[in-house]
Design a protein around this ligand. Structure first.
Ligand code: NAD
Length: 358
């Protein structure tokens, strides 16, 4: 955590495609919020071009020393290759997650009032939705032993008590923070009627609940959770789940808000204040045109302020300012429907409007 005698140091990793445009916009926004020190480093394709590797040891070391890391996006057709020996931009992201020990992925889903009709779900279903999916990121079936013979295959799913405990703590603490220290709820999602790892998961999460008396804990089986997320999303506050269930449920939940240009994410780990990035990719089709939507990155900045720097009030100011600009009818091309009161703007004008609303 940052000590109060100096400005927090944020490592910025613009990356590829629209990454540099949206990260530059985010720095303008951060400068309007307070005093921050920036340390800009290379990641992804640009790092391959300049340094021959998608993530240099220097860049990783700078991230380790920082108070938080803000990432744009990586990748693009220039670096697409079928040669397994060639470096790939995404390896930079994986290296960062591994190098910083980021085991918790946080994805908030809160349809913004001005865009509620952009959701594929009916307004009355999604109004009032404000949930956070906390996904375990480094364990479970994606990282277990794999085996293959001509007529069978194995993917082993392993979880240890320690792995479950630390992700459950991340979820309980997030629930407390979201409720301003006053409580909130955690729904733990598993498949405890079938899977042994899920029975251990449920046991460990239940055992921790006593430490968070203000947080209400309930359990849902993953199949039921998938239904409830579209049938009644506003019933959820914090949803915590293992890696594969979280992968699927966080994408399902993302559809509630309707637009990829609006979704932020945070990845947290031990001894790191986290990595903050928009969910979308590097959008090479619109790179350099000044039309990229910076709002997912702005909402990632809000998460950085809240979870990385413990500045919840500033985070809310940023979120309200994004709502304000959208409420005034400003729309980047990806959000523009031609509806009454909408005004088509580029990255610059949207950024200026959010800063003005701040
Ligand atoms: P993408 O998210 O980059 O783009 C999908 C579509 O959404 C495109 O039409 C794009 O123009 C649009 N879009 C995305 N973000 C936008 C924004 N902020 N404003 C306006 N429009 C936006 O996904 P893709 O096309 O599948 O992938 C492109 C590249 O990004 C690939 O190289 C992929 O590997 C990489 N990628 C990186 C990340 C990451 O860095 N975390 C995530 C996903 C994809």
């Amino acid at each position: 955590m940052s000590d109060s005698s100096r400005s927090p140091r944020i490592v910025v990793l613009p990356g590829d495609g629209i990454g540099p445009e949206i990260v530059a916009a985010a720095i303008r926004l951060l400068d309007a919020v307070g005093d921050f020190e920036y340390d800009e480093r290379l990641i992804g394709g640009v790092s391959i071009d300049e340094l021959g590797t998608p993530l240099s040891d220097d860049a990783l070391a700078a991230c380790r020393r920082s108070d938080a890391v803000l990432l744009g996006a990586v990748g693009g057709p220039k670096w697409d290759t079928t040669d397994p020996a060639a470096p790939r931009p995404e390896q930079g992201l994986l290296g960062l997650r591994k190098g910083l020990g980021l085991y918790a992925n946080l994805r908030p889903v809160k349809p913004l009032a001005a865009l509620i009709d952009a959701s594929p779900l009916r307004r009355d279903r999604i109004e009032g939705t404000d949930l956070l999916v906390v996904r375990e990121l480094t364990g479970g079936i994606y990282f277990g032993r794999k085996d293959r013979s001509p007529d069978s295959a194995v993917d082993e799913c392993v979880y240890t008590t320690a792995e479950i405990e630390r992700i459950a703590v991340a979820a309980f603490e997030a629930a407390e923070r979201r409720a301003g220290g006053g409580g909130g709820g955690v729904t733990s999602v598993d498949k405890a009627n079938v899977l042994e790892t899920s029975r251990l998961w449920r046991e460990v999460v239940t055992g921790l609940a006593d430490r968070y008396p203000a947080v209400a804990l309930d359990h849902l089986l993953v199949d039921n959770a998938a239904m409830q997320l579209v049938a009644d999303p506003s019933r959820f506050d914090v949803v915590v789940t293992e890696n594969m269930f979280g992968d699927i449920l966080s994408d399902e939940a993302a559809m509630i808000s309707g637009s990829i240009g609006l979704l932020p994410s945070a990845s947290l780990g031990a001894g790191s204040n986290g990595l903050y990035e928009p969910v979308h990719g590097s959008a090479p089709d619109i790179a350099g045109e000044g039309v990229a939507n910076p709002l997912a990155t702005f909402l990632s900045v809000a998460m950085l302020l809240r979870h990385g720097l413990d500045r919840g009030a500033d985070a809310e100011r940023v979120e309200d300012a994004v709502e304000g600009a959208l409420g005034d009818g400003l729309r980047t091309a990806d959000l523009h429907t031609g509806g009454d009161g909408e005004r088509l703007v580029g990255t610059d004008e949207m950024t200026a409007a959010v800063i003005a609303a701040l």
